[in-house]
Design a protein around this ligand. Structure first.
Ligand code: MG
Length: 166
């Protein structure tokens, strides 16, 4: 089994939609970024790439590439699944969103559905949690939203080694 971690932060700014886990959430501010700035999807991409030791999100989806301008980050999840699929099976994802506002909990079931579909895994394999920092730090001041994620991958073994064949 292989484990990877991911972490991401984006700034909250006016006049941008707030997209988290592929779901648009009503909010006065949205996240700034080259793509849709979906901080949760980005953290999950990095966790999966880390577990597979395939670099990071910047390696595969650089913010200098016009192809990724304003795209849905669910596309990054789909592409990441394609990258690891020949060698690994994604067992599960766990994640935490850190946001003071808005309340994201009502949208979590929809995020789980979209992320699971993008990664071609069962909904039961995707966990999303949310917390505030009780007003502390940049997330508490509503200057940004952060996300942590871990991914667990299992190598696909095409050739099994026979036991006791030494
Ligand atoms: Mg990002």
């Amino acid at each position: 089994m292989r484990i990877g971690i991911g972490y991401d932060v984006h700034r909250l700014v006016p006049d941008r939609p707030l997209i988290l886990g592929g779901v648009e959430i009503p909010s006065e501010k949205g996240l700034a970024g080259h793509s849709d700035a979906d901080v949760l999807s980005h953290a999950i991409v990095d966790a999966i790439l880390g577990a597979a030791n395939l670099g990071d999100i910047g390696t595969h989806f650089p913010d200098t590439d016009p192809r990724w301008c304003n795209v849905s980050s669910l596309l990054f999840l789909q592409e990441t699944e394609s990258l690891v699929a020949p060698h690994f099976r994604i067992l599960n994802i766990d994640s935490v969103l850190i946001a003071q506002k808005p309340k994201v909990v009502p949208y979590i079931p929809q995020m789980v559905t979209r992320i699971a579909a993008a990664l071609k895994i069962d909904r039961s394999a995707v966990s999303i949690k949310a917390t505030t920092t009780e007003g502390l730090g940049f997330t508490g001041r509503e200057q940004g939203i952060a996300a942590h994620a871990v991914a667990c991958l299992a190598p696909k073994e095409n050739k099994r080694i026979k036991k006791g064949s030494s």
